[in-house]
Design a protein around this ligand. Structure first.
Ligand code: FES
Length: 170
């Protein structure tokens, strides 16, 4: 049988004397936990989930997305990603769920636009780099490798090829 202690009004209540400081300790502890949560959110942790709640380390494409990566995996090659004329040599464009680049004339690449740091979509291709403004990571337009910022893993690549005037999923 378990020993249960009960308290009566006649019992002394020693915690009352220190109740103010006890509350302070609780509040300070809660504040420290909150600060820890904020630091974690802004840290360099490269694991976690993307905004859609899926694990972007193993599934860097947003849930429900369509396009080359899903099509390549599903065997629907030939999906048009972009007109080749829209992709500048040495640059790239963000279309749908992908970043399509042309690091050298006639060589096209496509990557998931989901940043491998904490899952923000990349927002810009500039000066040979794909940029994520959430925490300022940069990725190479040649292979999607991280070149700056907290991201440690490359953007997921989708194989593409030229089909007439279009860049399509391979
Ligand atoms: S999500 Fe942090 S740099 Fe992209």
């Amino acid at each position: 049988m378990t020993d249960v202690q009960t308290r009566t009004d006649a019992d002394p209540q020693p915690e009352r004397a220190g109740s103010t400081s006890t509350r302070r300790v609780v509040l300070l502890s809660a504040g420290a936990l909150g600060a820890g949560a904020v630091l974690t959110a802004c840290g360099t942790d490269t694991s976690g989930t993307n905004p859609n709640g899926t694990d972007f380390d193993s599934n860097p494409v947003p849930a429900g997305s369509t396009g080359a990566q899903a099509d390549s995996a599903g065997g629907n090659a030939g999906t048009v990603l972009v007109a080749a004329s829209e992709v500048a040599v040495g640059g790239g464009v963000i279309k749908g769920d992908y970043v399509i680049t042309q690091p050298e004339e006639g060589t096209f690449k496509a990557f998931s636009k989901i940043c491998t740091h904490q899952g923000c979509p990349v927002t810009e291709v500039n000066d040979g780099s794909i940029l994520c403004k959430c925490h300022n990571s940069a990725f190479s337009i040649k292979d999607g490798a991280p070149t700056a910022g907290p991201a440690a893993k490359p953007l997921a690549e989708t194989k593409v090829q030229l089909d007439g005037d279009n860049v399509v999923a391979a």
